[in-house]
Write a protein that binds this ligand. Structure first.
Ligand code: GRG
Length: 301
């Protein structure tokens, strides 16, 4: 892949290619059929094809490139990660969770279809993610494929995404800052950590390099979620007010509610510095990852 001079252009250029490739792969894996599965497949495509920033997919591809893994393998893992991410958003939007009407600028899946379809298409996206990881096309070594499957299961289960979401939905009476940070690290950081670790598993790197990439991932996941919390507070005034009232009623707290805008923002910048520090050992080969970390804390959506 040619390196472009301007880092921002380089990242945009890579993202555009990755978006196209992820969409093409997922479209080929989710057939257009009639019958009872027709609506399921349509809903899966609605959830995962053509939307979102592809932040996690980009991470996997950038780490895979850093460790010398083939793009085609990274693309498949990236697509699996995006399936899980899409599932988590679809379920998060349900009335029993966040009860949201809009996602990615259009109706949430349960609004566009119905609740049962939203639950089932989320389930099917999760199944598809594991199918992609376990498929021989993802990596020739079955040991690597099994490790990917196990790592993903751990990242999203009762010590990962699902646990973080429970902590968020059922907070203690007065959530401590440590509780809020753990919740954010699990519900958002879990998949971001997997996206990074999976990329590293496709190629070769020393144990020290992998440990450094994982510390990078943990700081990045938290920084990304804190930026999300900041954006929740600085967007459209009506939407911000509505969300604040909803969170208050449920006793939910995020980084901004806990630390205030200024300290939350300073914490995100500090985490971005940690990211840069961890990447410094890789020199210029980590340029794309540095750009991604910068994007995580400066993004406007
Ligand atoms: C996966 C087993 C399993 C359970 C899921 C519902 C749930 C449990 C978790 C929800 C977790 C959640 C919604 C975390 C928020 C993460 C987050 C910051 C989402 C927004 O990510 P972006 O900005 O979204 O990357 P786009 O639309 O750009 O892809």
């Amino acid at each position: 892949m040619p390196l472009l001079d301007d880092p921002e252009d380089q990242l945009q250029h890579r993202l555009a290619r990755l978006r196209r490739d992820v969409d093409a792969l997922l479209t080929s894996l989710i057939p257009e059929t009639g019958g009872p599965a027709g609506q399921l497949n349509e809903a899966m495509r609605y959830a995962v094809v053509g939307g979102g920033k592809r932040f996690r997919a980009m991470l996997t591809v950038a780490v895979a490139e850093l460790v010398g893994a083939p793009y085609e393998q990274a693309l498949r893992v990236a697509a699996a990660v995006e399936c899980v991410h899409a599932q988590s958003l679809v379920h998060d939007d349900l009335p029993c969770m966040d009860d949201d009407d809009m996602r990615r600028g259009r109706l949430t899946l349960h609004r566009r279809f119905d609740e049962a379809t939203a639950v089932l298409s989320g389930d099917a996206l999760l199944a598809l993610a594991f199918e992609i990881l376990g498929d021989a096309g993802t990596h020739p070594d079955a040991g690597v494929r099994i490790a990917l499957v196990v790592k993903l299961a751990r990242a999203i289960g009762n010590d990962g995404l699902a646990a973080g979401q429970m902590m968020d939905l059922y907070p203690p009476a007065a959530p401590s800052p440590a509780h809020v940070m753990e919740c954010e690290a699990k519900k958002t950081g879990g998949l971001i950590r997997f996206a990074v670790e999976a990329g590293a598993m496709l190629g070769h790197c020393t144990a020290e390099d992998r440990a450094s990439l994982l510390r990078f991932a943990d700081s990045l996941g938290l920084a990304f979620q804190i930026r999300d919390d900041l954006l929740d507070r600085t967007g459209d005034a009506t939407a911000v007010g509505k969300k604040l009232r909803k969170d208050e009623r449920a006793g939910r707290r995020n980084a901004v509610a806990t630390f205030g805008l200024g300290r939350a923002s300073a914490r995100a910048s500090q985490l971005a510095r940690h990211c840069r520090d961890e990447l410094s050992r890789f020199g210029r080969t980590a340029r794309t990852l540095n750009d991604i970390a910068e994007f995580a804390v400066c993004r406007s959506s």
